[in-house]
Design a protein around this ligand. Sequence first.
Ligand SMILES: *Cc1c(COP(=O)(O)O)cnc(C)c1O
Length: 415
Amino acid sequence: MTHFPRIAGQLHAEQVSLATIGQLYGTPCYIYSRRAIESAWQELDQALEPHPHQICYAVKANSNLAVLNLMARMGSGFDVVSGGELQRVLAAGGDPAKVVFSGVGKTNSELELALSSGVGCINLESVTEIGRLEKIAGDLGVVAPVALRVNPDVDAQTHPYISTGLKENKFGVDINGAVKIYHRIAASKHLSAIGIDCHIGSQLTQLEPLVDAVERLLLVVDELAKQDITLDHIDVGGGLGIRYQDEQPPSMTDYANLLLKLFAGRTEHIYVEPGRSLVGNSGVLLTQVIGLKPGDEKNFALVDAAMNDLLRPTLYSAWHDIQPVSESTEHNRSWDVVGPICETGDFLGQNRQLGIAEDDLLAVMSCGAYGFTMASNYNSRPKAAEVMVDGNQHHLIRKREEISQLFADEYLLAD
Ligand SMILES: *Cc1c(COP(=O)(O)O)cnc(C)c1O
């Protein structure tokens, strides 16, 4: 079911027309559907219901406080990868005890913040981090709850930039050395091994690599149990894909059922760290056509959103559907939809058959994940506004930046 229906020819978010939002809040503007977010989370939670579990929403997908707060209200946990994300979760009312802190290069001050905030688990990604955490926990006089992120060496069969579970990737520790490292953790007064973790990649459209990874984790867990190291949870990471174009990713229910099968008869909690699959199809980027530039080779539709607002097309060659807000037959041809930034890589979509005219509004679909969170101020462009639609209501959840904010923290030399 779509939360962005076309009603009387007009694209809506739930019951609010995108044209209204464009008028009220301006463009470019990110628009999220509250129902879409909540129903995705609840679908996963209910599907995992037969087994003790915890959903740790991956904050980096969309870290707006209003989004985090909706997650917190449903009882979600969070996967954070920086001190900044942890502070966002706390500011949004998230329960630190349900936070897992991942990240390949956590600094000492981030580890300190994690411990003093009482996070539920720190996912260790290297041997050097173990020593540093041990010292910090000792100084604070606490015992740090930890999981080891292992690298199961499976090919997630996704884009190379978002594959993370291969030996050649920087993440986690080699699964073959895991047992030895758990003994090192068990020997420490200041560390307590409570789980094991992996995350093999993102936008997975097949479940086989995940099955392989989880099976490898279970072997380690069983080996540890034989050696009297028992774990409370097994964190299988995130990564479930969504449909952008014609992908056929597994459904939330298929995904959950597979996990239930793998965990049948086991006592450990299942932890999952979904990001994209909870919010990706819950948001769109609204943009206005500045001008049309038809040509011999290419027709360019110049729009007011750019790669600084949505980086995925140029970074990952990602494909996002682009829909006119009002259907039109004008200038119907193949357009490259491009932003105003001084880079050839600044495009939102290429070769799109669209009927468009100047000043028309376009919606770039499936922008709820890795959209705003990857935005920058390149070309001194202020970051877009963000709006949450709830039924027939709309709420500003982030004000459009003002240009003066962009250089408010810069200083001239005295002489
Ligand atoms: C990015 C990330 C996730 C979420 O990935 P999705 O593909 O958005 O579900 C989960 N865990 C870790 C450690 C990550 O880095």
